[in-house]
Design a protein around this ligand. Structure first.
Ligand SMILES: Nc1nc2c(ncn2[C@@H]2O[C@H](COP(=O)(O)OP(=O)(O)OP(=O)(O)O)[C@@H](O)[C@H]2O)c(=O)[nH]1
Ligand SMILES: [Mg+2]
Length: 363
């Protein structure tokens, strides 16, 4: 599961990526600086992990991670192959969610491909390219399905109806994610791999003085996307990059306080991306290691165990589970047990975010 950073050229995507990841991407003040996508594995900041570390005092702590991809900028005409558009759209297709970066800062020294700062126009430019590409995908698929539907094939008819629904929405300038679908249609939709069906969040890249409260551009973005059910994150990407450069935690904290923030904006973004990918965390806590593991929301106990090792899933017997709040309230596994708060769960158990788990299995 990975989230791709998408936007016009030269809006700060690679600068943002570099704040998130140690895999340094080239960033410079000219459009199309990025061609090949950069992949970064990013630690997910989680206060609960720090708390567990305090309580358990383990030899090591391993955080959860999320994969972020820095993708080349898109320009008008990308869906027709303009500016290597097809390649870049292909990079987006491989991602499970989209982080759309919008330039919301004025600076005459930083080139804007369309000559002025206007995040609403920019968003529309990108949306249109993604929608046109999806329309192409839908039309191609329709050609095939239409033939089968003519012969009276029931499944083909259902698919045809679904495709037409998407076609209509896309032609009206709406994204696939805005279409109301039932469960069957949702299954079909997954097979279509539409770009505009991917969950999305917006990053407004602002100047330092707007890091805390945003600015007029941000207000416009929020107004525009209010019906999209998408998160809007305000980030001073250039400033965050400067903060990342600072050596010590204290220095970084002082800088953050100066601009009115309690934690780096990128921490907020990473957590939001994790959520956008529909991921959640469970913990294992022992003296050797306290560790956060990543699972899709809705995973069962055996599936969660399988993330550690496939044998754990195959040979799953039961899980011993402590809710995060019980662990911190009682302070240790032993005390939780004494209080009778440790649960034994079976194969059907749906893991909760923050559960501290211990698996019993045989191989
Ligand atoms: N003033 C200011 N400059 C920024 C900010 N974010 C990025 N920049 C500058 O904008 C230029 C482009 O940044 P990149 O991160 O390379 O942009 P990109 O979106 O990856 O561009 P492409 O790879 O060409 O699509 C660089 O010179 C950055 O230093 C910001 O928040 N404020
Ligand atoms: Mg770049």
């Amino acid at each position: 599961m990975k989230a791709g950073i998408v936007g016009l050229p030269n809006v700060g995507k690679s600068t943002l990526f570099n704040c998130l990841s140690n895999a340094k991407a080239q960033s410079a003040n000219f459009p199309f600086c990025t061609i090949e996508p950069n992949l970064g594995v990013v630690n997910v900041p989680d206060e609960r992990l720090e708390k567990l570390e305090e309580l358990v005092d383990p030899e090591r702590v391993v955080p959860a991670t999320v994969e972020i991809v820095d993708i080349a900028g898109l320009v008008r005409g990308a869906s027709k192959g303009e500016g290597l558009g097809n390649q870049f759209l292909g990079n987006i297709r491989e991602c499970n969610a989209i982080i759309h970066v919008l330039r919301c800062f004025e600076n005459d020294n930083i080139v804007h491909v369309d000559g002025s700062v206007d995040p609403i126009r920019d968003k529309e430019t990108i949306d249109i390219e993604l929608q046109l590409k999806d329309l192409e995908t839908v039309d191609k698929r329709l050609e095939k399905v239409n033939r089968a539907a003519k012969t009276g094939d029931k499944d083909a008819k259902k698919e045809q109806t679904t495709l037409l629904k998407f076609k209509e929405a896309l032609e009206a300038g709406n994204s696939a994610r805005s279409v109301d679908v039932d469960e069957d249609e949702l299954e079909l939709m997954k097979g279509f791999q539409l770009l505009t069906a991917k969950p999305i969040l917006y990053v407004c890249n602002v100047d330092e003085s707007s890091a805390k409260d945003g600015n007029a551009f941000v207000d416009k973005v929020k107004e525009t996307v209010k019906n999209e059910n998408a998160e809007v994150i305000v980030l001073a990407v250039g400033t965050e990059a400067d903060i990342t450069e600072l050596e010590s935690y204290e220095e970084r904290q002082m800088f953050l306080e100066d601009i009115g923030l309690e934690e780096p904006g990128v921490s907020r973004l990473i957590r939001a991306a994790y959520k956008l990918l529909n991921l959640q965390t469970y913990f294992t806590a022992g003296v050797k290691e306290v560790r956060a593991w990543t699972i899709p929301v809705g995973s069962t106990a055996p599936q969660a165990a399988g993330v550690i090792h496939t044998d754990f899933e195959k040979g799953f017997i039961r899980a011993e589970v402590i809710a995060y709040n019980d662990y911190t309230t009682f302070g240790s596994e032993a005390k939780v047990k004494e209080a009778g708060k440790m649960r034994v769960e079976g194969k059907e158990y749906i893991v909760h975010d923050g559960d501290i788990m211990h698996f019993r299995f045989n191989v």
